[in-house]
Design a protein around this ligand. Structure first.
Ligand SMILES: C[S@@+](CC[C@H](N)C(=O)[O-])C[C@H]1O[C@@H](n2cnc3c(N)ncnc32)[C@H](O)[C@@H]1O
Length: 475
């Protein structure tokens, strides 16, 4: 049976999934395949299954979300936020909890656990002041396979891309071709499945309540606005008094986060549940103050009880934790030069620096995907390209590269779908438009290339991308 776009949108809404214009065709096809695999006669029973609060309904939502999100993550992701946690938020929470001597931290949407273990490392570094405390760190995700990996605590080098060597040596030991998390950290962290959209919380019975800190980063980017609002409201109620919520940069700007108080730090916004009256500072004066270099240390914030204005939001996002934002373009140019000169490690290092400055910039992920392809790590390259598309669904080159990878791994249907998406996007552009980052190839030329591929029985591009040469921006 044919699935209408409205049906696919309904499917996405039930799971809270955000599906941009360029992903909707993929969701239509996916739904169609699921109906066939489940031998269902039509949409109605599928919608019914997807909405069920039964293990089957949950499994189906998991399958959908795993397909349309990525579990891309790594230790100490976003060094600005990590610095804010270790220099300010955690010490503040510890001071607040000095009497009760408990600390409850939740990494919500933790994928394979790197974020939860990063929290465990930060806590361990504050350990002298925490002897005799009951510190609980919970990592949750809807992806049960990722949670299994988190429980095993085995990580490959890729997860360490921004973690310094000293911490890697202190908290991990080599085990064959991967690294195993130290038992001290494992003892503090537990993992379990939670569907943030559908599972009820706060709920003392399931221990999803009274958190001092909730990290939910790079999850809302996959969710629609309603789901984001619902989850934020549940988080607000799941925080203890004085507790903080931290999301990825920009992820909650524009959303109503009341009753949480927004605290804007140079490194990031955080949202605090508090019954204390705010220290009143006029936002204009405070903004000027926070931007002054002398106090841009992560220890000072302005605190407001309303949604930040766009200008306030812009002033703080993305934050300048390590270097000024304009360095990103220069760093990316350098990264491409390194990649082109065969200096892969240097290129990767440049990309990670850009990510540390601007986590939501898609350019470094695109180059990292190319480098992964060159290493022959197709799975990693695919994950990175999917990330690029979530960050910028109009980035044609990523569809093109993904199409090539699917074709290369024998997934002709997916490859064809990627190429069809490219074809319809290119057809809307003037033929002379230059398509980034293929500096030397125009929309018309690439369209011709895609038409030829789609005319083949199998849409397999030449082994080396000769038709469209890898080009470097500004090279
Ligand atoms: C990119 S990872 C984020 C990992 C980590 N928080 C970080 O910032 O590096 C996004 C994760 O969100 C999870 N996710 C998406 N929707 C979810 C939901 N409704 N409930 C729980 N987890 C969800 C995905 O399974 C995926 O593992």
């Amino acid at each position: 049976m044919r699935i209408a776009i409205e049906d696919a949108e309904h499917v996405a809404r039930i799971a809270g999934l955000r599906v941009g214009e360029l992903h909707i065709d993929g969701l239509v096809r996916w739904t169609q395949e699921r109906l066939q695999q489940l031998r269902l006669p039509g949409m109605e029973p599928y919608i019914e299954l997807l909405g069920q609060n039964t293990p089957f309904g949950r499994q189906e939502r998991e399958r959908l979300l795993v397909q349309f999100t990525t579990g891309e993550t790594y230790f100490f992701r976003d060094l600005g936020q990590i610095d804010l946690l270790s220099s300010t938020i955690l010490p503040e929470l510890i001071a607040r909890r000095a009497e009760a001597r408990t600390l409850r931290l939740w990494s919500a949407g933790c994928a394979a656990g790197e974020e939860a273990y990063s929290l465990a490392m930060l806590v361990d570094e504050l350990a002298p002041s925490l002897t005799g405390w009951n510190v609980q760190i919970l990592g949750t995700d809807i992806n049960t396979q990722a949670l299994e990996r988190a429980r095993r605590g085995e990580y490959r080098d890729w997860s360490f891309r921004t973690l310094d060597d000293a911490r890697k040596q202190r908290y991990f030991r080599r085990h064959g071709d991967h690294w195993l998390v130290d038992q001290r950290l494992r003892d503090r962290v537990t993992f379990r499945s939670v569907d943030l959209v559908r599972d009820p919380f706060p709920d003392a019975a399931t221990d999803l309540a009274e958190f001092d800190l909730i990290l939910c980063r790079n999850v809302f980017i996959y969710l629609d606005s309603d789901a984001t609002d619902r989850i934020t409201s549940k988080f607000a109620r799941a925080l203890a008094d004085g507790g903080h919520l931290m999301a990825g940069h920009n992820e909650l700007f524009g959303h109503d986060t009341t009753p949480l108080r927004v605290r804007l730090y140079p490194q990031s916004a955080v949202y605090q549940r508090t019954t204390q009256p705010p220290v009143e500072v006029s936002p204009g004066a405070a903004l000027a103050q926070v931007q002054a270099p002398t106090i841009a240390t992560g220890r000072h914030a302005i605190s407001i009880d309303r949604k930040p204005t766009l200008n306030e939001a812009r002033a703080f996002s993305p934050p300048p934790p390590l270097k000024p934002r304009q360095d990103c373009a220069a760093l990316m140019k350098q990264a491409w030069r390194h990649a082109d000169g065969g200096m892969r490690e240097a290129a990767e290092h440049d990309c990670h620096q850009v990510i540390a400055i601007a986590d939501l910039d898609h350019h470094p992920y695109f180059l990292l995907a190319q480098l992964a392809q060159e290493r022959g790590d197709v799975a990693q390259a695919k994950a990175l390209l999917s990330k690029v598309l979530y960050l910028d669904p109009s980035f044609i080159a990523a569809y093109l590269e993904l199409g090539g990878l699917h074709a290369q791994t024998g997934d002709d249907d997916r490859a064809r779908r990627m190429y069809e998406t490219v074809r319809s996007a290119l057809a809307k552009l003037p033929p002379q438009t230059v398509i980034a980052p293929y500096d030397k190839s125009t929309a018309g030329e690439i369209l011709g290339y895609i038409e030829r591929l789609l005319a083949e029985p199998r849409p397999v591009p030449p082994p080396v991308a000769t038709a469209i040469s890898r080009a470097q921006p500004g090279a």
